[in-house]
Write a protein that binds this ligand. Sequence first.
Ligand SMILES: Cc1ncc(COP(=O)(O)O)c(C=O)c1O
Length: 384
Amino acid sequence: MTNQDGFETLAIHAGQEPDPVTGAVVPPIYQVSTYKQDGVGGLRGGYEYSRSANPTRTALEQCLAALEGAPRALAFASGMAAEDCLLRTVCSPGDHVLVPDDAYGGTYRLFARVFSGWGLAHDVVPVSHVAAVREQLAARKITVVWAETPTNPLLGIADIRALAEAAHEAGALLVVDNTFASPYLQQPLALGADVVVHSTTKYLGGHSDVVGGALVVADPELAERLAFTQNATGGVAGPFDSWLTLRGVKTLAARMDRHCRNAMRVAQMLAEHPAVSEVLYPGLPSHPGHKTAQEQMRAFGGMVSFRLLGGEEAAVRACGRTRLFTLGESLGGVESLIEHPARMTHASVTGSPLEVPGDLIRLSVGIEDCDDLLDDLRQALSDS
Ligand SMILES: Cc1ncc(COP(=O)(O)O)c(C=O)c1O
């Protein structure tokens, strides 16, 4: 592969040369824990033990690095394992970090319930307002600014370039969780971010059949430190999970184009619906982050959130009435999902500054026939 190859080419070929032994055109699943050494320390291709490295995982890591335009990526057992490894590596007890006022509930829980006990302090800040972030950065020494964009579940947009500038002026790292956009729609490292986090469970895997995570890093020295922690603590992606994720990645661009097209139509339909009080989708010109999203994203993604005039009970009722949208957590698969964040994905942030409204519904718009999806939503909302 060359740096000039396009995204779709890299997704299919980066890290995935035909197997040198058999010519197999996709990387084999190296379902193995250890490797024969040719004399003590005589490793073949650097493989020694599969916690440290495994060829199927290497293929995935090389592909993810190419897709984010980075020298190095590391694949983990889950998005949370990736986040945990990152924080242990770049922070120390006594440090202070800034976390977004809207984010995946599990990410906030990691800061509030796990790393707080380790001595890592956090402040919640609206990362879509760079001035507010700058104010916090001026108030004390900050190690990490953490951002999601678009955010889960309110679809807020943060200006990555402006955040990177602000973070770097203050000597902090900018971490961007790129799960909702995927590298096809947005490449935070090119905009100045230091580390990209992925739950590869979502769009990268794309088929709701594997849990995984990744860190993608611009600085090779930081990548080396992360690889040390990954090996020392062990939250690695297994070979079969790596293979499934890599299989999903090959079609990321084609799937994302369709997710985006369907989501835009769903958002437009909901914006006109009499039961809906507000649609949160960065593709709508009315969205406060629309212009920034246009500048830093190829398209606006497959996630749509909306609020109902009928309140929480109406939202819960509608979630139970869909035929094609499956009621379930997670997102980013080919099949459409519906959920009630306040009682499901974000139940853990109830009572925190990240609490989400009870009248909110989140959709992961899949790649089915969009007319069928629109009909399904209309019937689910028919007497809301
Ligand atoms: C934006 C975001 N980041 C991180 C995670 C955590 O990833 P995982 O569930 O793979 O551990 C999720 C999970 O929903 C997520 O939505």
